[in-house]
Design a protein around this ligand. Structure first.
Ligand code: S3P
Ligand code: PEP
Length: 427
């Protein structure tokens, strides 16, 4: 499905979808428990992959609309009857790799073309350090993966600069091992707030984890027990970033975004980034409401070490701002559904943006950029598609984004939501 977006104004009130990261963890935590009811879940292509995995390990998921009623496998995953297809979801594949290592037998994990090109090597190495079997069928550190357990407990040493999801996977599985898992980080941890999200969800399921001097640790022999059997997912700040950017670039008067309460999400930084760029933005934290007005923006420097998923959004803001926007510390953003640093450099260039790409930085020269509608590729990547669609709202003329159906991964109602607030869109 190609989507055409013409320059138009947006206004009104919108609600953000529930958080993808919290939903994945809550579903899997309910699987590690004997079950739970998950309120306000994100039901999307990626979270459905995690639901299927919980079922493959012996749990069940009823009512795939809110709330989700999950029966768990109680810390003891079955050997799946079939290969588990994680489709496009890196979070699913990393988190359930460690689950597979708890089962007494072999599990095979695969995914789509994109997921089968993403790095899994450090996590496979960690499973081997714990005495499990962990193989990449093509011996290139990528899926398809063959995992065998059961691992019992132990210490692992892994790099922290490829994906934080390896740490999340080991902490979640470690709680139900005999003696726990200690994780030593060989490098600085990138995407660190995602481990904070994990620890927050584990705490809500009564599983204790620890930040140590050199990494993290989780004691074994713990039971996943959600308080009163329930868990409620907060709103998603990565998804909110597209709506807030739409407001800052194209609001008629104001755009009001609802369902945005404080949580451990690093992508809350979008509020501060917009403020630093000069946007007129106000966050009522108690009410969970952000109000943003169309604003004249100025380029800034942003370190995305903690917030890789904001890179496409910030690149679009930079192309619409005056002056230079310098995005630094972004090498890990190249390991996502696509190489998002290169994708944004290529596609903003087609829209008239002046961009300089280096290995670990992306610079957008706002003063040399005048956004003009064009046909752009979506790279089958939800975040590239959503960011370019918002660029299309403020570009002169019409922007066509190819294969835009992939928004289904994290924000299934994205185009319907833009439509509701007045964007000129044809699908
Ligand atoms: O754990 C998570 O929920 C996520 C962690 C981040 O990945 P990395 O830790 O691989 O950077 C982020 O980019 C991804 O969208 C979701
Ligand atoms: C990178 C992302 O997710 P995942 O790693 O789960 O594929 C994302 O949602 O931007």
């Amino acid at each position: 499905m190609d989507v055409a977006i013409s320059r138009s104004a947006v206004t009104g009130r919108v609600r953000v979808p529930p958080s993808k990261s919290y939903t994945h963890r809550a579903i899997l935590a309910a699987g590690y428990a004997d079950g739970a009811t998950i309120h306000n879940p994100l039901v999307s292509a990626d979270t459905r992959a995690t639901m299927r995995a919980v079922e493959a390990y012996g749990g069940s998921v009823d009512d795939r609309d809110a709330p989700l009623s999950i029966t768990g496998f109680d810390g003891r995953p079955n050997v799946p009857d079939n290969v588990i297809d994680c489709t496009n979801s890196g979070t699913t594949m990393r988190l359930i790799t460690a689950t597979a290592a708890l089962a007494d037998g072999l599990t095979v994990l695969t995914g789509d073309d994109s997921l089968r090109s993403r790095p899994q090597g450090p996590l496979l190495d960690a499973i081997e350090q714990l005495g499990g079997r962990a193989e990449s069928t093509r011996e290139n550190g990528q899926a398809p993966l063959v995992l065998g357990g059961p691992i019992e407990s132990g210490s692992v040493s892994i790099p922290g600069d490829v994906s934080s999801q390896y740490v999340t996977a080991l902490l979640m599985a470690g709680g139900v091992t005999t003696d726990g898992i200690t994780i030593e980080l060989e490098t600085e941890l990138k995407s660190a707030p995602y481990v904070d999200i994990t620890r927050e969800v584990l705490d809500a399921f009564d599983v204790e984890t620890e930040r140590t001097e050199s990494g993290f640790a989780v004691e074994g022999g713990q039971d996943y027990r959600p308080e009163s059997g329930e868990y409620t997912v907060p709103g998603d700040f990565s998804s909110a970033s597209y709506l807030l950017t739409a407001g800052a670039l194209a609001a008629d008067s104001t755009l009001v975004v609802e369902g945005v309460y404080p949580s451990a999400q690093g992508d809350i930084a979008i509020v501060d980034i917009l403020e630093r760029m000069g946007a007129d933005i106000d966050w009522d934290r108690d009410a969970g409401v952000i109000t943003v007005e169309r604003s004249t923006l100025t380029g800034i420097e942003v370190d995305v070490g903690d917030t890789p998923d904001l890179l496409p959004t910030i690149a679009v803001l930079g192309a619409a701002a005056d002056g230079e926007t310098h995005i630094v510390n972004c090498e890990h953003v190249r390991y996502k559904e696509t190489d998002r640093v290169a994708a944004m450099a290529n596609e903003l260039d087609k829209l008239g943006g002046a961009v300089t790409e280096a290995h670990d930085t992306l610079t957008i020269h706002g003063e040399e950029s005048t956004l003009q509608g064009a046909r752009v590729a979506g790279y089958d990547d939800h975040r590239i598609i959503m960011a370019l669609s918002i660029a299309g709202l403020s570009a002169k003329g019409t922007t066509t984004v190819e294969n835009a159906e992939h928004v289904d991964v994290s924000f299934p109602n994205f185009f319907a939501t833009l439509d509701e607030i007045g964007a000129d869109i044809s699908r």
